[in-house]
Design a protein around this ligand. Structure first.
Ligand SMILES: NC(=O)c1ccc[n+]([C@@H]2O[C@H](COP(=O)([O-])OP(=O)(O)OC[C@H]3O[C@@H](n4cnc5c(N)ncnc54)[C@H](OP(=O)(O)O)[C@@H]3O)[C@@H](O)[C@H]2O)c1
Length: 267
């Protein structure tokens, strides 16, 4: 079994630890680092995984997963650089940080894989896109793919597409939350109690998501199937088109991509 260390067990780091354990990873083969002892104790009590320092993580783990906020990366890389065993695979979950940043700070030849996950990792339904750095091999990408498959789905993309991935699936859950929020408001406008409106919309979102994932049909076909002539759905669709919702979504996602590029330049 591969020994894995997670540096920074916050929301995403803990979700990954929990997913790996649920997928059968031995707790003895997992470790994590945390700045606050209370948080470390809490995680050990919850998951039975031990907290270590960065030097121990770097020396013992075959895969070091970096899950600190991008702005906290400096000190972590400094500590890792002096402690990393040759050949240890470094997996970065840090949004916007290029593999070249890790390769420049870590020992020559360190294999690095960049991942853009998203928050549904918290419920084992992440969408993660992975990209190899200069020294990461296909086999190492496959190892990362297997690791992340325990908390959702995984695709491989060239690193040049990571800004687009950030805009689509990285930020994507927020767009759906926004949509659900607006639809619940609509239910309230129509006189439904908030809890009823929320139930109706959340279950509809869940059902629609399952249909999208499990059917091989294009979304257009799924929508057409509930859009009858002179019916209610087409009346709503006309309003969505009149308000330019399709164009607004395309513009919004392009803006997110541009912001990701901008943030990457500042790192
Ligand atoms: N959440 C998302 O939706 C999402 C999506 C895609 C990618 N990501 C990426 O995933 C990474 C983690 O995000 P998150 O939402 O899980 O953030 P988070 O909850 O703030 O977790 C980061 C954790 O790292 C700890 N930490 C910081 N510096 C450390 C150090 N030197 N040594 C040990 N631990 C350290 C933090 O401790 P403190 O509490 O002391 O700061 C915190 O517990 C980020 O790089 C983010 O870009 C997140």
């Amino acid at each position: 079994m591969t020994r894995i260390a997670v540096l920074g067990a916050g929301k995403i780091g803990e979700a990954l630890l929990a997913g790996l354990l649920a997928a059968g990873q031995d707790a003895d083969e997992l470790m994590f680092t945390e700045r606050h002892p209370e948080r470390a104790d809490e995680l050990t009590a919850r998951h039975g995984v031990r907290a270590v320092d960065v030097a121990t993580a770097a020396a013992r783990a075959e895969i070091v997963v970096v899950a600190v906020k991008p702005q906290d990366i400096g000190p972590v890389l400094d500590e890792l650089a002096g402690a990393l065993s040759p050949g240890t695979l470094v997996v970065s979950l840090c949004a916007g940080l290029p593999t070249s940043l890790f390769e420049g700070a870590l020992p020559e030849g360190t294999p690095v894989v960049r991942v853009m996950p998203n928050t549904p990792m918290l419920v084992g339904e992440a969408m993660s896109a992975i990209s190899a750095g200069t020294h990461a091999t296909d086999d190492q990408l496959a190892v990362v793919e297997k690791m992340l498959a325990s908390v959702g789905r995984v695709v491989r993309v060239p690193e040049s597409q990571q800004d687009a991935v950030t805009a689509l699936s990285g930020s994507g859950p927020a767009y759906f939350f926004f949509l659900v929020e607006a639809m619940i408001d609509a239910g309230i406008l129509l006189g439904l109690p908030r809890e009823v409106a929320a139930d109706l919309i959340v279950q509809s979102a869940f059902g629609a998501a399952r249909m999208l994932r499990e059917s091989s049909d294009h979304p257009v076909l799924l929508r057409e199937a509930v859009t009858s002539p002179a019916g209610t759905t087409i009346a709503a669709i006309r309003e969505l088109e009149r308000h330019g919702v399709r164009a607004a979504l395309i513009d919004a996602i392009e803006a997110a991509r541009d912001r990701s590029v901008e943030l990457g330049k500042q790192s």
